[in-house]
Design a protein around this ligand. Sequence first.
Ligand code: DC
Length: 229
Amino acid sequence: MTERDKIVIAIDGPAGSGKSTTARRVADYFGYVYVDTGAMYRAVTLHALKNGILPNDKRMDTFLESVSISLSRDEEGVQHTYVNNNDVSDLIRMPNISDNVSHYSSIASIRAKMVQLQRTLGEQGGIVMDGRDIGTVVFPDAELKIYLVASIDERVKRRVAELMTKGGKFFVDDIRRNINERDELDSARAHSPLRKADDAIEIDTSVMTIEEQTEKIIVLAENIISGRK
Ligand code: DC
């Protein structure tokens, strides 16, 4: 591997383990790009549902050729996700998408397309990417791999807090069921299941604040960066 000037930081873990907020803050600290890969799978799911394409649909390959996913950041540093240039950032957080995304993200052709895009975004380094398979499949040679976990109660609490800021109606029991279901589907699927890479550092965030978990990852990254100079 030719050494990148800037490192790749891969952050994986189950739903609600604190990946997105932590990853964004770590990226801000280093002036790196942040990529939320879950948003990409959510965007494909939204577009497929809108077009009546089921996960095992035989038209999937043709459908995928017509889908272009792109990302940008606004002045506040928030990632926006686009499908064919339409901003779908809010729509992809709706419960209907959370309920369906794990079925679509288990499909090999969808994964192949997303992984290719993710590798292009990160090939120069200087990136913090969060997801389920970043350390195992997308960037198996990432300089720093983190695997975040948290108790189910804490993860439900965080998802509820996130959804409350977005408005809309939901039931806490549905959130819990959805997280459990997604954990199961994401871990059991045949293609790139959710698992800790052998060389990933596991951090249990159940009783940590966002500041604490961010700081911990920054220190780990700084050690790697200073060791390369
Ligand atoms: O991070 P999230 O909860 O928004 O992700 C939504 C779903 O996308 C998640 O349940 C599994 C899938 N996903 C995946 O399979 N691989 C990734 N790298 C990121 C997300």
